[in-house]
Design a protein around this ligand. Structure first.
Ligand code: 4AD
Ligand code: MG
Length: 465
């Protein structure tokens, strides 16, 4: 069977005119006595291919009545420069094959625009839409751009475990992994007896690959993970998923400043890459009603200008002086809420900002304690509209200080023996961060709901498909 020509390749002038074969799904079919037109999509590009058919053609006549929106076809014929306005190429069909029908009485995606809410109910058909097609292509290119960024800088791609027995963030938002009979688990002293479970201890889906990333950075200097992470937090928001993908670089001999610089360089490089590799997709998405005016110009300038940076304490005083009444009152020591982050990015800075040196009590145990004894070398990158897209820090590399922090936090120090040993044998200052892949995609595509930038979102009450 001949290889089908991708419509993208045709529209990007990468295919010479002449004999070709294409296949895909019908967007529209217009019949008339002299000539029929089929607009065909194979999901490879924003634009569709215009097929021109002679209605007298036998292979067309047999199936013409069934060539409705959503039906799949293959067509062989001649790619020519289009004499008509509106498209550069058209495809003159010589032979047409109906592959799969889509009964117009039943197929839900007729040619009209559908709300993003409705499309979330038909995830199995959603990739057929122009919007989801564009998002899926941007997502794929973004993943590639991320790998390229790190590879070009001497980082090694690291596969960290998905099943884990440590809670990196210490937030207790873990999904359990067990092979016990949950209706009748073995018990000892009134509790579930995990010594009889598969791993002989409680295990969970990972919330972050960071701790394992640190282990490997202490051997090969610079690594990054890019994998799924899981959080059983009951956050039903437009920015949270229960399963999301995170990019986590970890670097030996990097201090907070190096980390801040890498995070900015990283976000900018990926945006620049996508502005060129996915230009058509981003223009298409920016033209949708939900997108903000000037979105692409904005991205361009974000890719080119340095991010603002400020200390947490400075952020607090900006918020205090703002004259705003926030739902969550502002005072030194609070965790920044979405409304605070958005004031800083959308109104104060009007762009991305790296906030550093947060109070130690609101951040994870592994962050390096500052000389003041009350803040840690944390770094969050906040962007307009979304707030936090990156969270990271310089790590505590001093054995005694780390041990004290583990004890103060109430964590079981015996469970972190290996993490402590990294500080006993050849410890070095090191840093890293985690970028929420879907948050970055929301930022770049302009999509307003995180459930629309992942093909199969998982959130409280929903894990279908
Ligand atoms: O700030 P977080 O929790 O940091 C960590 O997990 C660190 N261990 C990362 C590191 O230093 N290696 O998460 C990092 C990022 C957030 O900034 C956010 O973009 C994203 O992950 N994120 C989520 N994205 C979607 N849904 C959720 N429920 C998310 N929780 C965090
Ligand atoms: Mg965070």
């Amino acid at each position: 069977m001949a290889r089908l020509t991708a419509i993208r390749e045709i529209l990007e002038d990468r295919i010479p005119v002449g004999a070709q074969e294409v296949g895909g799904w019908i967007k529209t079919h217009r019949q008339s006595k002299r000539v029929s037109f089929i607009e065909l999509s194979d999901g490879s590009s924003v634009g569709n291919l215009q097929l021109v058919v002679d209605p007298a053609m036998p292979s067309y006549q047999e199936v013409a009545a069934k060539l409705s929106t959503g039906a799949s076809i293959r067509a062989s014929g001649e790619l020519v420069l289009s004499p008509a306005k509106g498209q550069k190429y058209e495809f003159q069909v010589k032979e047409l094959q109906l592959v799969g029908e889509a009964d117009p009485e039943q197929f839900p995606l007729q040619k009209k625009s559908h709300s993003l809410e409705f499309l979330r109910e038909v995830l199995h058909l959603r990739p057929r839409t122009a919007t989801m097609g564009a998002v899926l292509r941007v997502r794929a290119e973004a993943a590639f751009a991320i790998h390229r960024f790190f590879r070009d800088r001497g980082f090694y791609c690291l596969h960290t475990p998905i099943i884990s027995t440590s809670d990196c963030e210490g937030a207790g938002q873990m999904f359990h992994v067990t092979s016990l009979d949950i209706n009748n688990p073995p018990r000892a002293e009134g509790k579930v007896d995990f010594t009889q479970d598969f791993f002989k201890e409680p295990a969970s889906l990972t919330v972050s690959g960071q701790l394992e990333g640190e282990i490997c950075a202490m051997g090969v200097s610079r690594v990054y993970t890019f994998g799924p992470t899981f959080r059983a937090e009951n956050s039903n928001t437009t920015r949270h998923l229960a399963e999301f993908w995170m990019v986590e670089p970890e670097m030996a001999f990097y201090e907070l400043e190096d980390n801040v610089a890498l995070a900015q360089e990283f976000v900018q490089a990926v945006i620049r890459d996508l502005l060129s590799s996915c230009r058509g997709e981003l223009e298409f998405l920016a033209a949708q009603e939900w997108s903000q005016p000037g979105h692409l110009e904005n991205l361009q300038s974000v890719a080119e200008s340095a991010f603002a940076r400020m200390d947490y304490s400075e952020a607090i005083s900006i918020l205090e002086r703002s004259g705003r009444t926030f739902e969550f009152p502002v005072k030194w020591g609070i965790d920044l809420q979405s409304e605070h982050e958005r004031f800083l990015t959308d109104e104060h800075v009007k762009g991305p900002v790296s906030v550093v040196n947060y109070p130690k009590d609101i951040k994870a145990f592994y962050m390096r304690l500052n000389e003041d004894g009350r803040t840690v070398r944390a770094m969050d990158v906040l962007v307009p509209r979304l707030g936090e897209i990156i969270g990271g820090s310089q790590r505590e590399e001093r054995y005694d200080v780390l041990l004290q922090k583990i004890r103060d936090t109430g964590l079981d120090e015996s469970a972190y023996w290996w993490y402590l040993e990294l500080r006993k044998f050849g410890t070095v200052p090191h840093s890293g961060f985690g970028l929420g892949f879907e948050r970055l995609l929301m930022y770049v595509t302009g999509m307003q709901n995180i459930r629309d930038v992942i093909p199969f979102p998982r959130f409280p009450g929903f894990a279908k498909f």
